[in-house]
Design a protein around this ligand. Structure first.
Ligand code: F6P
Length: 424
């Protein structure tokens, strides 16, 4: 039974946005962190997104430097930094003029003149420009940023940490002398103040820009673990059937009790954790022994296998060989007849990601194979096309702890691993 139907569109917005996001702010304010988070989020949603980091261009062309290079009175340094900035800008404009959809220009862009040059160049090429200014005057946060990110920069290879930190503070002082905060007449902008505590928006227009505002309003740096797990073994896992709303097996109930012990050890205080499940029985039953309040999200339900729901992979192969082959060829794009694709799952998980970003308490998500793959791909920056192939065994917990440059990951197998019936 082959059903003729259109191939799902590869991108989510009806228009074809070409957006240049231009970062603004003094060093060690979290610009690169923010740029990378935007890149990860938009790439996961399906936008071809690239970061153009001027510091990397500078180091590649002119090597590592100490603070005097950044002194605005150092003509050689000024000239080299201008060259690096223009090279990155040219590459960005070329890339955006081709396949790219969203480019992030990651530099301090501390003067009006520099911002005007960047904006004019992007607008001449027909791209929208959105400035994102990060302002932060909290000395503790700045010092933390210096210690956690700058000392490992190639600019300070083999340097003594205290000497490197002092040098970086001197570099910041050079920038402070010339910094002109962004003003209202410079175009669309979004300003994040005080480590994400306040967001100011001006002249922001368009679907993508609005998504970015929403995303950045919810970002924070409070460290806390996120636990991702599939439900305990279900009756369908044993019989190799897809989807449905089956009950747990006795091994599945056993896993649920082990999960409760795991959580009690990690989070003895029940108010210290947020627990989300899908709306399906096998996930809700897995959460039951935890004995804590849980929220059931439809958005966390397993991939909808449409007309194939309740079948095994072998049955699909025998009865719908063309469907089986189409999925095997491109499992990410493939949409089950009257069901979903992985691409569809990512779209419905967008609000879950925003909520996960917003929540400052530890979170446990009890869901399903395809859904956990998509969430995992977001946190670990796995290219979305690869997410249908990620191994997510039953009866183990993936512990992710977000930090400035990604996520620490550990996997805890709570029960002997069992074959969960996946065949494709
Ligand atoms: O087999 C368990 C299961 O959760 C099914 O319900 C679901 O269709 C499948 O995994 C998703 O995995 P895949 O995309 O690899 O078929």
């Amino acid at each position: 039974m082959a059903l003729a139907r259109p191939r799902p569109a590869p991108q989510i917005a009806p228009d074809n946005p070409k957006l240049a996001v231009v970062m603004v702010g003094l060093p060690a304010r979290g610009k690169s962190y923010t740029a990378r988070r935007i890149e990860r989020y938009l790439s996961w949603l399906g936008y071809r997104t690239g970061v153009f980091n001027v510091g990397e261009y500078r180091r590649a062309r002119f090597g590592a430097h100490r603070h005097s290079f950044f002194d605005p009175d150092n003509a050689t340094g000024e000239e080299a930094r201008w060259r690096a900035a223009m090279d990155a800008l040219e590459d960005m404009v070329r890339w955006l003029g081709g396949d790219g959809q969203v480019a992030i220009y990651d530099a301090t862009n501390t003067t009006r003149a520099r911002r005007a040059t960047v904006r004019a160049c992007c607008e001449r090429a027909g791209f929208q420009v959105l400035f994102i200014e990060i302002r932060c005057d909290d000395p503790t946060i700045i010092e933390d940023n210096i210690r956690s990110t700058k000392l490992s920069s190639p600019d300070y290879e083999d340097a003594d940490p205290d000497e490197a930190a002092a040098d970086f503070r001197a570099r910041i002082a050079h920038y402070e002398r010339v910094y002109q905060p962004l003003e209202d007449d410079e175009g669309s902008y979004l300003r994040v103040t005080g480590a994400g505590r306040g967001v100011t928006v001006r002249d922001v227009d368009g679907y993508l820009e609005a998504r970015l505002v929403f995303f950045l309003m919810n970002l924070h740096l409070t460290p806390r673990p996120i636990w991702l797990t599939r439900h305990g073994e279900s009756v369908y896992n044993v019989t190799g059937l897809l989807g449905g709303d089956p009950e747990l097996t006795s091994a599945g109930h056993h896993y649920a009790r082990s999960l409760a012990k795991f959580l009690d050890e990690r989070c003895p205080d029940p108010d210290d954790v947020v627990i989300w499940t899908s709306s399906l029985k096998r996930a809700v039953q897995t959460a039951a022994p935890l004995g804590r309040p849980t929220w059931a999200w439809r958005a966390l339900d397993e991939i909808d296998a449409g007309v194939c729901d309740g079948m095994s992979y072998a049955q699909i192969q025998a009865q719908m060989p063309e469907e089986y082959e189409a999925r095997r060829r491109d499992k990410f794009i493939y949409r089950y007849p009257r069901g979903e694709s992985y691409q569809d799952i990512i779209l419905r998980l967008d609000p879950v990601i925003i909520e996960l970003e917003r929540t400052r308490r530890p979170v446990m998500v009890i869901a399903h194979n395809a859904v956990i793959r998509a969430l995992y791909a977001y946190f670990q920056g796995v290219p979305r096309e690869r997410c249908p192939h990620l191994p997510i065994p039953l009866h183990s917990v993936i512990e992710l702890t977000p930090h400035a440059y990604g996520c620490h990951e550990s996997r805890v197998a709570l029960e002997p691993q069992r074959d969960s019936g996946e065949g494709l």
